[in-house]
Design a protein around this ligand. Structure first.
Ligand code: FES
Length: 492
């Protein structure tokens, strides 16, 4: 059984609990340890390992130079001591001591930290149910597809409006079950995508229609033949929504687990459906480092429309991921065209999915699959847009809860694995989703997730709704520097 160990930070003894990183232990005990992103992206927490061993939670070549690695430099936020260790802060780190005091999560009210009950696990399976409904609607064909789409949208919009907030943070003694729920997203998104591709394919690929009829008596082939163009458009919207919701959102949680190769592989597999495996690189090592600054492709300045943001963030995000990945490869002594290039491997994975769709139903099926995947990708960028719209941060300062828009709407939280608790997610990027706090005092989004997505699509309405929110942020959350930076970033 793992036992606590001691880390000596510049000679000061710090007790480290089993599984804790050096940074977590130091901050928990009030040691001033410079940091910003907490996910291994900014190197603010770099220190030199003088004695002992650590287990690294991420690939440190994303941010550390060869000479630093040779000198034994490590990232405190990504280093779990294996036995007692002695570390020294790097001179650059010591200079960074001048950054403002770090944020620490407030103690959760005692009544929200009860042991998890079965319902606390089940609530995170709501999205599995929604995904199965979507797959069934696609197979049922015709008006069922449009009905399924409308039912799912209404479920979230009305449900979030009526069901209030979920601010509980139960303690999960066995979080492995939650991980399994995340992993199940992969077969589910594959099923939805298969059903969508089948719905526009000629013939009966893989004998799927015949199988459905044999098992249920329902003539899926006849239903598909009777599906009109309007219902195919609904199928596109429904499948894109599911690729974004059932695919990208669990992928977001999984790709943050940089120490777990299975979660990484499943996360990247999910992202391949939306042609966005670069998200696994850019989000962790780019977005979390630069959030709410001009260097972050995913942060939209005030005035920018969502349509412009989807395009810009997609292009700049791919460029940023390429630069981060090729720099890592260079530090390992490889060129950009090496087989280890995760950007190229991700593009190939998406291409393989397009090829599979083509094999199923030819060019039309492949084009339909591409259209669904791109819609899923656009949804992700819309979510980025609404999570950070108009916010600003001094790049030299730590990421705080005020640099994200938060919401605790119940159905949104359950269906997105607490992605809604975005303020805590960015302020403490290493925290797993079930440990995220609701932080009701953080800047609050205009509504639940799906409702807010719909509102962003009407730019004049969006700007009107956000004007008082931004004014409130300027008055009650921002520093003087942040107000100036937000004003300078405005797009006409
Ligand atoms: S790399 Fe550790 S705080 Fe950014």
């Amino acid at each position: 059984m793992a036992r606590p160990v001691t880390a000596f930070v510049d000679g000061r003894a710090v007790g480290v609990a089993p599984g804790e990183t050096l940074l977590q232990a130091a901050l928990r005990q009030g040691v001033e340890f410079p940091h910003r992103c907490r996910v291994g992206a900014c190197a603010t927490c770099r220190c030199r390992l003088v004695e002992g061993r650590v287990r690294s939670l991420t690939e440190t070549r994303y941010v550390l130079e060869d000479d630093e690695l040779d000198r034994g430099v490590i990232l405190a936020c990504q280093s779990v001591p294996v036995g007692d260790v002695r570390v020294e802060l790097e001179p650059a780190t010591t200079r960074a001591r001048r950054v403002p005091a770090p944020w620490r999560p407030p103690a959760a009210p005692a009544d929200t930290r009860r042991p998890a009950r079965p319902a606390d696990f089940l609530k995170y399976s709501l999205f599995h149910g929604v995904g199965l409904v979507a797959a069934a609607a696609l197979v049922a064909g015709g008006a069922w597809i449009s009905a399924g789409l409308l039912a799912i949208v209404a479920f979230y919009v009305v449900g979030d409006a009526l069901c209030g907030d979920d601010t509980s943070t139960p303690e999960y003694a066995r979080p492995q079950a939650l991980t399994l729920q995340l992993w199940l997203a992969l077969p589910l998104v594959a099923l939805v995508s298969f059903a969508a591709t089948w719905s526009v394919s000629p013939g009966d690929p893989l004998g799927f229609g015949a199988l459905v009829e044999r098992w249920t008596g329902f003539d899926a082939l006849a239903a598909r033949e009777a599906t009109t163009l309007g219902h195919h458009v609904s199928a596109w919207l429904l499948t894109g929504l599911m690729i974004g919701m059932v695919g990208t959102i669990p992928a977001h949680e999984l790709v943050h687990r940089t120490w777990d190769p299975v979660s990484q592989a499943i996360g990247r597999g999910l992202l391949a459906f939306s042609f966005d495996t670069v998200f696994a690189i850019e989000h962790v090592y780019g977005h979390h480092r630069h959030v709410a600054t001009r260097d972050d492709p995913a942060t939209a300045p005030r005035g920018r429309s969502v349509y412009r943001h989807v395009l810009l963030s997609t292009l700049r995000g791919n460029g940023s991921a390429w630069r981060i990945e090729t720099r890592r490869l260079r530090r390992r002594g490889h060129g950009p065209l090496h087989w280890r290039n995760a950007v190229l491997r991700g593009y190939l994975a998406s291409l393989a999915l397009v090829a599979a769709a083509w094999a199923m139903g030819g060019a039309v099926a492949a084009a339909f699959f591409v259209a669904c995947g791109l819609l899923g990708k656009a949804l992700l960028e819309i979510v980025n847009y609404m999570e950070h719209y108009g916010l600003a941060r001094d790049p030299r300062g730590p990421v705080m809860p005020r640099h994200s828009w938060n919401t605790n709407r119940r159905l949104s939280s359950w269906s997105t694995f607490n992605l809604t608790r975005h303020s805590h997610h960015h302020a403490q990027g290493e925290a797993p989703f079930h440990e995220l706090r609701p932080l009701p005092e953080a800047p609050t989004m205009v509504a639940g997730y799906l409702t807010t997505i719909l509102l962003t699509l009407v730019p004049p309405l969006w700007r009107r709704l956000m004007a008082p929110k931004l004014a409130e942020w300027d008055s009650n959350h921002a520093t003087a520097d942040e107000r100036r930076l937000a004003a300078e970033a405005v797009e006409a």
